[in-house]
Design a protein around this ligand. Structure first.
Ligand SMILES: *Cc1c(COP(=O)(O)O)cnc(C)c1O
Length: 448
């Protein structure tokens, strides 16, 4: 076993270095222990056991250094163990770890809510409530919308992913692995068609009219409490709706007194090259859910929105034992400071340009790449049998396995499992990113 380096974070050597097969013998031994003690339902994409991470690399127990193109699923946007996050978390842990904000409050929680009001779309009066996970934030957004409107129905979209709790399973589209066998699900959840330019060829206005028709005819506008949408789909395939789709939906919500909830849990906090994906078209949602990238790896989530909506809930109606834990809040304040100080929206755009140029070249060489899409450091390619819209999950899995063996952490997604998503930490160097895409290119050539 290699010793754990004294310093992870940005000080780790920024290199891809393979000293064993992936996974190596030390990881394989630990995988046996995992099999013995961890429920099989908890899967792993790439079973190397990590001892340190930072910048753009993960270091494993065998001494391999892997390039990270996944950020722990859009979480370590500021990098792993970033300086400000580590400093503030360490100080906060030494001061106090928990009081429960509902019992005796502390500044960090209020500071995060103040930042959320400033950073989320729109300059109206806003308030926030903090939670532990994205799913919890989505559930609470629905609770708030129902109280505020006195209505029940929740509208979600094809390919949506909103979490794994009972209500959010109902809101999530994909059966396997998220829902299979776990029903019955929460009621009053209705699904509308999403704008998916590669597959439907519709303009944003046409796709919005199609969705609104379903809502009006199958649910009824006056029954709808909220429309919940990921402004750029996450797990569902990094689908970017056609321009005009979100503004048309927002206008319909406004006209019909329906609460528009933007689930920015994956797309928010600089990932798309803006602070939030809604900023791209100037869409101002009534409520925004955040998690993942907000706190540099610590568990924190939020619902932020119009003060009148947020305040419609009776005192004591929102909360939870750990929601807005002081250490998680300290991490969020550190992450936000780094995002501001280092202009991470700008960095995300630069990373996006680099990835797009590499992927355009790859698409020209490999007709299996049917679509290239995304925004900023949230980029994807969809693999289909050439000249068709038939998904090719087999080739997708083969390319992914090759990348893993060569020390690049890649993630797939999409309803058909045929989408590669690229979402590196924004602390990755251009050189490392280039090297990772050399490996992706090799993987396409090797599996042709
Ligand atoms: C990950 C995710 C969630 C759920 O967040 P958890 O923290 O895993 O509960 C909800 N919505 C979106 C868009 C996500 O990407």
């Amino acid at each position: 076993m290699t010793s754990i380096p004294a310093t992870g974070g940005p000080a780790l050597p920024q290199e891809r270095r393979l000293v064993t097969a992936i996974p190596g013998p030390a990881s394989l031994a630990r995988l046996e222990r995992k099999k013995a003690h961890v429920a099989d339902g908890v899967g792993t994409t790439l079973p190397v056991f990590v001892v340190a991470a930072g910048g753009g690399v993960l270091l494993d127990v065998d001494g391999n250094s892997l390039i990270d193109l996944g950020s722990g699923i859009a979480v370590t946007t500021v990098g792993n163990s970033s300086t400000e996050v580590v400093r503030r978390v360490t100080e906060q842990a030494a001061a106090f770890t928990h009081t429960c904000f509902m019992v005796t409050p502390y500044d960090g929680y209020v500071d995060v809510c103040e930042q959320l009001a400033e950073l989320t779309p729109g300059d109206h009066a806003k308030k926030s409530a903090l939670f532990n996970s994205g799913a919890e934030a989505v559930e609470n957004a629905v609770k708030i919308a129902r109280v505020a409107t006195g209505r029940d129905a929740v509208v979600v979209f094809d390919h949506a992913y909103h979490g794994r709790t009972n209500l959010t399973m109902a809101m999530t589209a994909k059966n396997m692995p998220y829902k299979h066998g776990f029903g019955p699900f929460a009621g009053e959840v209705y699904r509308a068609p999403m704008s998916y330019p590669f597959r439907d060829g519709l303009s944003g206005e046409e796709a919005a009219a199609r969705a609104i028709d379903v809502i009006e005819k199958q649910v009824g506008a006056t029954n709808v409490a909220c429309v919940v949408i990921e402004p750029v789909l996450g797990e569902g395939g990094f689908v970017v709706p056609a321009p005009g789709f979100l503004p048309a939906l927002a206008a319909w919500c406004r006209t019909n007194d329906v609460v528009l909830v933007a689930d920015e849990i994956q797309s928010g906090f600089c990932r798309t090259g803006d602070w939030f994906a809604c900023d791209d078209e100037g869409v101002v949602p009534d409520l925004v859910t955040t998690a993942k990238g907000i706190a540099g790896g610590l568990p924190l989530a939020g619902v932020t929105g119009r003060a009148d909506l947020m305040d419609s809930v009776h005192v004591g109606g929102l909360g939870g034992t750990y929601g807005g834990n002081p250490i998680a809040c300290a991490a969020a304040l550190g992450a936000i400071e780094e995002m501001r100080g280092q202009d991470l929206p700008g960095r995300a755009r630069a990373v996006g340009e680099l990835m797009r140029s590499r992927l355009e070249k790859l698409q020209a060489e490999h007709p299996v790449i049917g679509d290239l899409r995304g925004r900023g450091a949230m980029m994807a390619i969809e693999l289909c049998h050439p000249g068709t819209l038939d998904p090719d999950p087999v080739r997708t899995a083969a390319v992914s396995a090759y990348c893993h063996q060569q020390g690049v952490v890649t993630l797939t997604c999409g309803t058909w499992g045929n989408v590669f998503r690229f979402l590196p930490p924004l602390s990755i160097s251009d050189a490392l990113l280039d090297e990772a895409f050399d490996v992706v290119a090799e993987a396409f050539a090797a599996t042709a």
